[in-house]
Design a protein around this ligand. Structure first.
Ligand code: ACM
Ligand code: ZN
Length: 539
């Protein structure tokens, strides 16, 4: 009986949303308006400010891709039209916009161009999800703004490499969900993916591995195929520009001092022990393919002992040279330097690292790691950039101005916020999207289970955190590690619909979060995925 009742309710609600809208993330205030407005190819798009040209471009591109027509753009109109404007003032909420639709016009007005852009994204979600040439929108009044300032999605392009065309798609997916940050994980043990002019071996050697294990770690073999790829500096600039047109900041991650086997393969002197072959560090139960002499890019997953030597000044020269080129490519306020999972075994037996500890008065290797990060932070700060690191950067003492990305649960984030540092929450439960979305898993994943429901119910501000420190939680991010995603369809399958759920966590008012309501809106969102032609988890 209850099931019958529930399905009736779902049917009624989905009918309601089907006719009005199924907006994700849900706006703060939605009220029904008068009549309805039909968008056709003769509807004028009125835009008074040049600063709204990004919204115009995105809107017309979306209409043209999915409905087969574009709107003529004008600076004024008399009869029926859509107007985009950035003229609201006096609202302190971030990214505040208002959207009004009635039988005469649709107006979107934001407090800044990004807000207008988000209003335009809401308009896209008011469109019918089936292709037609007259797009009817029911009258509606929306007032909306972002809850968190940092709304991020990460992508690891090192374990598996994805072409520029997919990176752009990924950025579009972020824009369509009102995310504003793309965390681009560019360097790893299994591949270096960014061209650095001063160190050409990074891509010549570091971007390629001789094979990859097959199956779940430790694997059942090795495919024996040379695998790799990298982004040229021109491609990086193109992507950063593409993202900026969508009000998305791209934060590059250049991993140090661990996860650095690919850089060491290119420049062995960065290791404490340049003469030791990488094969020596390779797990015995994983298969290796090809040349086993010298330093090589890794062919299996995990954590490797061969890390940057913290004792040699040359390491810091290298790191600063690399970061100097990185900073010239990425205008972001932040540079992510990793800092996670750095084993200390080599540092313990390296005379140069031990000497550094003595001369710097460091009591253990954790303090040596902290020295490493603090030295890099000084360099970044002197260039006007802020350092972000994974929560291991707390160990041995936090660099003075660092932002902490909390991934091993929330405790690192709570501790950092307690020390009045800014924090981005990215706990492996529930926002690691490499974990299976289903139980039992229906395709190979790294393991774990992060259900859609657990993502939807995630609250970035921990209850345990003292209220006085809440403002240090900038927001949250989902991470997409790609050991077990070797193609773009798999990436889409792992992020959808979980990123839709996360977008609501990050954007919508906390008090409006309602799983049943979201589940109903998701039915319409699935049709939108179909319209976009993306792969998604249907369970
Ligand atoms: C991480 O997942 N190692 C940050
Ligand atoms: Zn060393």
């Amino acid at each position: 009986m209850r099931i019958v009742f529930l399905s009736c309710l779902l049917a009624i609600l989905s009918g309601f949303y089907g006719q009005t809208s199924a907006l994700i993330p849900l706006p703060a205030v939605i009220k029904p308006g008068k009549g309805s407005f039909s968008i056709t190819e003769s509807t004028l798009l009125v835009v008074k400010n040049k600063q709204d040209s990004n919204s115009v471009r995105f809107l017309n591109q979306y209409l043209s891709t999915h409905y087969g027509f574009k709107l003529p753009v004008s600076t004024s109109a008399t009869s029926s039209y859509i107007e985009l404007n950035t003229s609201l003032s006096g609202h302190s909420n971030s990214n505040y916009y208002e959207l009004y639709a009635d039988d005469k016009h649709i107006t979107i007005d934001g407090t800044d161009p990004a807000a207008t852009f988000y209003g335009m994204q809401t308009l896209l979600q008011l469109l019918p999800v089936q292709k037609t040439n007259s797009l009817k929108i029911k009258g509606v009044h929306i007032k909306d703004s972002a809850r968190f300032a940092y709304r991020g999605m990460h992508l690891d392009v090192a374990r598996h490499f994805f072409p520029v065309s997919f990176i752009k798609k990924y950025i579009d997916y972020l824009a369509l969900h009102k995310f504003n940050t793309f965390h681009w994980h560019l360097t790893e043990d299994q591949g270096w993916r960014i061209e650095i002019k001063k160190y050409p071996e990074l891509i010549r050697k570091g971007a390629w591995r001789n094979g990859t294990i097959t199956g779940k770690y430790p694997g059942n073999g090795n495919d024996g195929k040379r695998y790799g790829g990298y982004y040229t500096q021109e491609e990086i600039k193109e992507i950063v520009h593409y993202a900026s047109e969508r009000f998305i900041e791209v934060i590059p991650e250049i991993e140090l001092p661990g996860h650095s086997s690919a850089a060491i393969a290119a420049y062995p002197e960065l290791s404490c022990f340049p003469e030791e072959p990488s094969k020596m560090y390779y797990p015995k139960n994983c298969q290796w393919h090809g040349d086993s002499t010298g330093k090589q890019v890794q062919q299996t997953w995990g954590v490797f002992d061969d890390v940057y030597c913290a004792g040699k000044d040359h390491t810091f020269t290298f790191v600063e040279d690399v970061l100097s080129e990185v900073m010239s490519l990425f205008p972001s306020k932040y540079i992510h330097v990793g800092g996670d999972e750095c084993p200390k075994n080599n540092w313990k037996r390296c005379p140069k690292c031990q000497q550094r500890m003595k001369s710097e008065n460091l009591k253990d290797e954790h303090e040596l790691q902290s020295y490493f990060i603090q030295r890099v932070e000084k360099y970044l700060n002197s260039n006007g950039k802020t350092l972000i690191g994974w929560d291991e950067i707390l160990e041995g003492g936090l660099a003075p101005n660092a932002v902490v990305m909390s991934w091993r649960g929330e405790s690192g984030g709570i501790e950092a916020a307690g020390q009045s540092h800014n924090v981005i929450m990215s706990p492996n439960k529930p926002v690691y999207f490499d974990h299976s979305p289903n139980k039992p898993e229906d395709s190979l994943t790294i393991g774990g289970y992060n259900s859609l429901n657990s993502v939807y119910l995630y609250e970035p501000v921990p209850q345990k955190l003292n209220v006085a420190k809440h403002a240090f939680i900038m927001g949250a991010q989902a991470n997409v590690w790609t050991e077990y995603m070797d193609n773009t369809k798999k990436v889409e399958y792992m992020i959808f619909p979980r990123m839709s759920a996360l977008s609501e966590v990050l954007w919508s008012p906390k008090g409006k979060r309602n799983w049943n309501d979201f589940s109903v809106r998701l039915q319409e969102q699935r049709k939108r995925y179909n319209l976009w032609g993306v792969s998604y988890n249907r369970k």
